[in-house]
Design a protein around this ligand. Structure first.
Ligand SMILES: Nc1ncnc2c1ncn2[C@@H]1O[C@H](COP(=O)(O)OP(=O)(O)OP(=O)(O)O)[C@@H](O)[C@H]1O
Ligand SMILES: [Mg+2]
Length: 358
């Protein structure tokens, strides 16, 4: 098996390419210091990290960060994905793990990056459910890490979106004992990431990164990059010279609400019912204390729904919420059904509310 191996001089990414991760930047810098000056630590009797676990939602920049760590530390970098090990021939996983570490030993100092490491280290894998050969793969990985010699300069970095499903034996001290949670960017982080990608496209001077950052709570770095790319692509499709405000509006609606289904045929009656239903949400949202700010109500079908009502997401909700906000959310969700009851009649209410209840 060939691993994707990059010599230190060919790793292009640097820490500056990863934006909006101020919270964890110090930790990451310490890690780089340890890789670069390992003797500084070992001479004083400190044990080097053998394994580092990057966890966090999809698209938060874990893969990018791992490359940047290697790029910044100036070490060789081997990329592989946890799902690669057993995919082709059952029973080959353990052998591949041995080959991987042999390759790394030949190329010290070296970072082994295992993406999607959960597919290699999930609880189910070690304790039954899966056949014994895949268990063998994990055990081989742990054995390799346990067997690092003092003077070996290899660090394993794993990335996962499912930290809870990891086998406790794999993340115990002495193995993947250094954990770094890569968070979703906050509003300032989003602004930094936006600026990075806005600078790469032709765009209207009126585009304000701060404003777009405010409009996109919950977006990951990858989603922000996608937003910028969707905006410029749409502008070019429509023959405009640069990404302007309408292009960003389009991109945001497209990403938040799905593709417009212009061809979906709806009868006048469906349209009216949908309008009544969405108005119910909108009115409830607008008049309820504690509800989010109303953004847009539409009966343009997108994705799987005939219509939709959107509220401006709120950054403060990501950490915790309050009773009044929860109740307002329930009232808003029920608004569609209530409007149908009032304006269409109890017997003719539609199933449109089924998704509101989820
Ligand atoms: N913090 C960030 N700064 C700059 N660009 C980012 C950031 N986060 C994500 N991106 C962009 O999104 C792309 C995808 O991110 P990446 O693959 O690193 O995410 P990930 O966390 O590994 O996702 P997954 O869990 O799905 O593997 C990056 O290549 C980069 O272009
Ligand atoms: Mg990744």
């Amino acid at each position: 098996m060939k691993f994707d191996m990059k010599k230190a001089k060919d790793v292009e990414q640097k820490l500056d390419d990863v934006k909006g991760i101020d919270e964890i930047k110090d930790e990451v810098k310490d890690l780089i210091k340890m890789i670069k000056n390992s003797s500084l630590y070992t001479e004083k009797g400190a044990k080097l990290y053998k394994g580092v676990l990057l966890s966090g939602k999809p698209g938060t920049g874990k893969t990018l960060l791992a490359r940047a760590i290697a790029g910044e530390a100036g070490v060789n970098f081997i990329y592989c994905s946890g799902s690669n090990f057993d995919e082709m021939y059952v029973g080959m996983g353990a052998k591949r793990v041995r080959e991987l570490f042999a390759e790394a030993r030949k190329n010290q100092p070296c970072i082994i990056f295992i993406d999607e490491i959960d597919s290699l280290m999930s609880k189910s894998r070690r304790f039954g459910m899966e056949h014994s050969s895949s268990r063998g793969t994990l055990n081989q990985l742990l054995a390799e890490m346990d067997g690092f010699e003092k003077n070996e300069n290899i660090m394993v970095i794993g990335a996962t979106n499912h930290e809870q499903s990891l086998d406790p034996a794999a993340v115990r001290p002495g193995r993947f004992d250094k954990k770094i949670h890569v968070p979703l960017p906050d509003v300032n982080g989003r602004k930094e990431i936006l600026e990075l990608y806005l600078n790469k496209i032709a765009r209207d001077d009126k585009i304000d990164a701060k404003k777009i950052a405010n409009m996109t709570p919950g977006f990951s770095g990858a989603e922000i990059q996608n937003l910028v790319n969707t905006a410029i692509t749409q502008a070019v499709h429509e023959g405009r010279a640069m990404a302007d405000l309408p292009a960003f509006e389009y991109a945001r609606d497209r990403l938040m609400m799905g593709i417009e289904r212009k061809k979906l045929s709806m009868t006048e009656k469906d349209r009216l019912n949908t309008a009544i239903h969405e108005s119910g949400h909108a009115v409830a949202c607008y008049f309820t204390e504690g509800a989010k700010k109303l953004y847009k109500a539409t009966i343009v079908a997108r994705g799987g729904s005939l219509g939709a009502t959107y509220m401006e997401p709120d950054d403060s909700d990501m950490l915790s919420t309050t009773k009044i906000k929860c109740l307002a959310q329930i009232d808003t969700a029920l608004g569609g059904h209530v409007a149908e009851k009032l304006f269409i009649g109890d017997k003719k209410v539609t199933t449109g509310c089924s998704s509101d209840l989820q």
